[in-house]
Design a protein around this ligand. Structure first.
Ligand code: FE2
Length: 190
């Protein structure tokens, strides 16, 4: 049988052990990795919502919970919860049964994401990816790109789309994609 002094000692030992393990966990890489992952997920979610609200306002003149729900394929109560959080953080204006509008802060973020979205979609389409897949994948990638990468991609898309004639190398790429072979270049061909 343990005497009372030993039970007290055991109690303090367990407390010390738990706090030691918690400290170890906090300082371990996995904790920070997990935290970073959560922040990234949160950022992605905020950006996705703001982008959709921005697009809905642009296309229909207004954004409502049901429209966002349909667009993102998320249940209306979850959309309401997220929109309320966005309102608290100053990204949107929303009162129950009213349409949702963007604040200046929200519009700034949304415009930026949508710009990235369009660039990525166009880039993927240039590579030959089908529009529907390009749109979907753009939404996945758009949150985590470095601004320098976005800048390059934007210039690349501009370069291809505004080229004075169809770039032959793109046609060559298409042939390479389909056959696995490099087409023969004619002289002076770009
Ligand atoms: Fe997107």
């Amino acid at each position: 049988m343990l005497g009372i002094p030993n039970i007290i000692k055991l109690y303090f030992f367990v407390i010390w052990l738990i706090s030691y393990e918690v400290k170890e966990f906090i300082h371990s890489k996995s904790f920070y990795k997990e935290l970073g992952k959560k922040q990234r997920m949160r950022r992605k979610s905020v950006e996705d919502y703001l982008e959709v609200i921005y697009r809905l306002i642009d296309e229909k003149g207004y954004a409502r919970i049901f429209d966002i729900s349909a667009f993102l394929n998320v249940k209306p109560p979850s959309v309401t919860e997220m929109v309320q959080k966005l309102a608290k953080e100053g990204y949107v204006k929303y009162t129950r049964y009213q349409t949702i509008t963007l604040t200046n802060k929200g519009r700034e973020v949304a415009k930026n994401v949508y710009r990235r979205h369009k660039t990525l979609t166009e880039f993927l389409k240039i590579l030959g990816v089908e529009e529907e897949i390009a749109e979907k994948d753009a939404c996945e990638i758009e949150h985590s790109l470095h601004p320098k990468t976005v800048d390059r991609l934007t210039k690349f898309v501009e370069f291809v789309k505004n080229a004075p004639r169809d770039p032959r190398w793109l046609e060559h790429f298409r042939i390479y994609y389909e056959t696995g072979k490099y087409p023969k270049c004619e002289k002076n061909e770009a």
